[in-house]
Ligand binder design. Sequence first.
Ligand code: ADP
Ligand code: MG
Length: 273
Amino acid sequence: MSNIVVFGKGGIGKSTISANLSTLYALEGRKVLHVGCDPKHDSTLGLVDGGLIETFMEKYARLYGARDHGEITAADLIVKGRLGIDCVEAGGPEPGVGCAGRGISLMLEALQDLGLLKSGGYDARVFDVLGDVVCGGFAAPLRKGFAEKIVIVVSEELMALYAANNIAKSVKTYSSNGVYLAGLVANLKDGQVDRRRIERFAAILGTRILEFIPRDPAVREAEFAREKTVVERAPKSAFAKSVKSLAAKILAVKRSDCPIPTPMDDRRFYEAW
Ligand code: ADP
Ligand code: MG
């Protein structure tokens, strides 16, 4: 059983990569729970028929006032996706009102109370979490002690590495909860870029690059077509091949291969290049 948490800066490719990972694990016969923890609530778009699902925050407003907490069931919170994938989206408050991190914490507490984060019959749980906000809510999957393998998506851009360095700080803080940094995924914007800079960054953090993923128009086309993920729609594409390789590597990483990360303080980060 694997609890995989995909972190990274907004727009870096977390939802695309995590939805394709969930698809691959489901196609291999695993029972998968896919949890979108980004107020954008688009993580499960490619996994369900019919577009955006009702979010946890929407369900919360609808169900939790009307019923006793004890009466809320897993079936109330989970949307059945394609390939048998169980889907949940945290959602978030209206922009400018309230705290999205709090919504994520509430959702995780509800899933935990229902026993879905420990057993619940899943072989893999994939969490897709926004990582450029330094807020306890977004660190909730780490804090609550069920997260296991952390994967950070980066690109060759400085701010993507900055967000990754911050996420590594959270992983370090919560490492006593059993979370560990499985590695980085380099989702490249420019296929010609010198990869040594990301490799050096990984070495400074004391981690590895699990996979380099190329920019691929198949991703854009799948996103517009919406009915399927890239690995289903274009299984021979460069993106699909890299994500297949990534999926196997994530499962194979062992805790004992993953030292506690050694992120830089902000000053050192900017001086490192
Ligand atoms: P995040 O979840 O991190 O905010 P998304 O997965 O939504 O990021 O990706 C942001 C945008 O970049 C999307 O429009 C997606 O289609 C595109 N994208 C991500 N990775 C790739 C890639 N390897 N090749 C082409 N387009 C990509
Ligand atoms: Mg996303």
